[in-house]
Design a protein around this ligand. Sequence first.
Ligand code: FAD
Length: 542
Amino acid sequence: MSKYIIIGGVAGGASAAARLRRLDETAEIILVERGEYISFANCGLPYYIGGAIKERERLFVQTPASFAKRFHVDVRVETEVLAIDPAAKKITVQAKNRGRYEESYDALLLAPGAKPLKPAIPGIDHPRILSLRNIPDADQLRQRAEGTRAIVIGGGFIGLEMAENLRRRGLEVMLVEAAEHVLAPFDADMAAIVEKELQAKGVSLFLGDGVTSFTGTEASVSVTLTSGKTLSADFVVLAIGVRPDTDFIKNSGLALGPRGHILVDEHLQTNMAAVYAVGDAVEVIDFVSGEKTAIPLAGPANRQGRVAADNMAGQKSLYRGVQGTSILRVFDLTAAATGSNERSLKRQQMDYKVVQRHPLSHAGYYPGAQMLTLKLLFAGDGRILGAQAVGRDGVDKRIDVIAAVLRLGGTIYDLTELELAYAPPFSSAKDPVNMAGYVAENVLSGRAEFIAYEHLLAAVKAGALLLDVSTAGEYEAGHIPGAINIPVDELRQRLSELAVDRPLVVYCKVGIRGYLAERILKQQGFSVKNLMGGYTSVLQQQ
Ligand code: FAD
């Protein structure tokens, strides 16, 4: 009979324990968890604080007792692992009810997760500065959320979810982010759309501004920023990222990465025999770049738990890497992404191409269609490298479809061939994903040449003429300064108004008429680029 010990009883650990039991009914399985709870919905915590999840009990996917009963697992909560000894195959624990003792194992799984970063900023230990990782944190924050003003530090997923949920509770919310934009997995042009939504919903943004110190009284806390500004509130939510909770294995001989993550192979085994590791605490392969990475997400942690359990039970199973597919609701918007973004591709010095579009979530003639912004990144051979989308409807399924194609090693040509479910309330006969594929295909064939908004000024300075090909009414309602207007439907008749030797940048509302104009003009010998995403992209960036 095999004896398995699993350290950490939430996403990766609980998944692994359940899988191990399904694979081996006779094994002894011990699940060791520092906290009072196992298998709780950490992803649901911000919504409990905000009030969308009303009953606290709903956060407990399993209780220690229900898990122990269903999976016949020895669940030991309020038991902290102090050290592991892979050579002797034993761990040392400190249990609330049993004191300190040792436990031996045949195979060990480390699923300790990651803890909130808490840098050595003066005043950071003030009791009104809180982070969110577990149920006690959520209880504390929910109590604090009875107040009127909050400062959220960090514009990542948890920071934004907290900003939204506190705002929904009626608090005044200030969001501080040291980088120029929120949401690091997204490029600046996509993050800018999210920032507009935050501001529209009353969240005050302090971007490109780091924290230099905290001060406080019994009833409030103040934050001083690099810019010299000082903000005050009832409490602060510190959400500037996480670091692996791996201090207890530091002297065990386990190989760790530069930021303390446990190094594992494709079977999720560490450098030590019979020791496996999963979840937020491990460094894995980036599925797109092949580089080492660590992305703290629930899906990968659960999947890794299953793969590690297979391997522990003697069934060879591979973990092929993480692609960082993620999604976030920001008030009325949804933002989702998969794979690499432009920033990471630039860092890797990858040659990539971009298509950004603003399709409708479903057929325009059917009521309720909403514009979304979809960005696709791909290589010169058509391989999909990443995608991002922001919008009010239909964002999730577009990113999930592209994530699936990416995972299968697909190309933009595959996107054009996908047969996706369609009826007017749901989509268009040519779904935005198909359309992104078509446009990308046009880019690779050279039929379509785009210019991104960030390069527009340089092109105009170099002598390009800006040509707005939308209707006269649209042009009057708003256009890029310096642009002339020839509606696309009049273009063939008015070609003589344009000098064939002057480069042109054409644009319309979203880019479709711009492309038609580009095709007409190119076949007449003009040098033309179409402004990516049209005037809509310009407005999104301002
Ligand atoms: P955890 O789930 O963190 O579990 C680790 C457990 O190990 C902890 O309970 C800890 O107490 C225990 N432990 C650590 N050290 C020891 C020790 N020495 N002895 C005993 N026990 C120990 N991801 C998404 O994909 N989507 C989301 O919407 C999302 N929302 C999130 C919202 C919040 C507020 C948080 C905190 C996270 C969110 N995540 C989300 C991330 C996701 O929850 C994590 O990626 C996932 O839980 C990681 O799983 P894990 O098993 O590695 O670690």
